[in-house]
Write a protein that binds this ligand. Structure first.
Ligand code: ADE
Length: 242
């Protein structure tokens, strides 16, 4: 899966592409991330990429000229691949990212161009012209789309086959609308707090039941909204006889 990121702050991606699981996914050719500077495409004689908004108001808007040139260049680069190209704009007004969206994007066999805005955003005509999908990472406003873009790519790449052990993906939070159960490792006794006995019993069936109960308890505590979805799905699969 290929990502081309369009940004004015390329350096923000340096650590992301060269660290830990994302680096490994890139080294194994499962994903690639190319980061492109929108400023390289400006035709403005002072190298500007952003201008004040028509109609007045604060902040600056990234102009359609350099951005469209950067998008066209990226589309051209990806066009030999014979895969669907999706263009995403990281924006606080977009659809809020969740596990299901990441899973869909991860399994869609597409390549992605991700636009990171800064300042007050980008010219609206880019969104219309290129049928851009807008994604937010939550109901708050960041100074730019770069961190949001990294969150999006991380959540997609870790779900690609071969990046993370399948078993860990099966058991993690949000897979079945439940949050993950509490985890423990050495030492057995930490300041008098001992690991629950059942986890050292070696009885796999009891451990699985205990963990499921704990997942339900934790989800009720932190995300009561998810419990309804969990019950709905459970009833649905019961009806379908799974
Ligand atoms: N850019 C600024 N705020 C954002 C958010 N919450 N999600 C995605 N992109 C953003």
């Amino acid at each position: 899966m290929k990502f081309i990121v369009l940004t004015l702050f390329k350096e923000m991606f340096d650590a992301f592409v060269s660290t830990s699981i994302i680096k490994r996914a890139i080294d194994k050719n499962i994903a690639s991330i190319e980061v492109i500077d929108i400023r390289d495409f400006t035709k403005d004689k002072h190298n500007r990429v952003d201008f004040p908004p028509y109609g007045g108001g604060s902040g600056m808007i990234i102009s359609a000229q350099p951005l469209s040139a950067a998008i066209d260049y990226s589309i051209e680069k990806l066009s030999s691949e014979n895969k669907k190209i999706e263009i995403i704009y990281m924006s606080p007004r977009g659809k809020v990212l969740n596990y299901n969206i990441s899973k869909e994007l991860s399994s869609s066999n597409s390549n992605y161009i991700v636009i990171c805005g800064h300042y007050e955003g980008i010219d609206e005509r880019i969104i219309e012209e290129y049928n851009v999908k807008e994604i937010s990472i939550g109901d708050y406003v960041l100074t730019g789309g770069e961190l949001a873009c990294q969150v999006l790519m991380d959540s997609i790449i870790r779900l690609l086959p071969g990046v993370i052990n399948e078993d860990s993906l099966m058991e993690e939070s949000h897979t079945d609308n439940l949050l993950e159960y509490p985890q423990y490792t050495k030492p057995y006794d930490f300041r008098g707090r001992k690991v629950p006995d059942i986890l050292i019993s070696g009885h796999h069936k009891n451990i699985a039941e205990y963990r499921k109960k704990e997942s339900i308890r934790i989800t009720k505590k932190f995300r009561p909204d998810l419990i309804d979805k969990y019950n709905e799905e459970k009833n649905k699969s019961k009806k379908e006889g799974n």
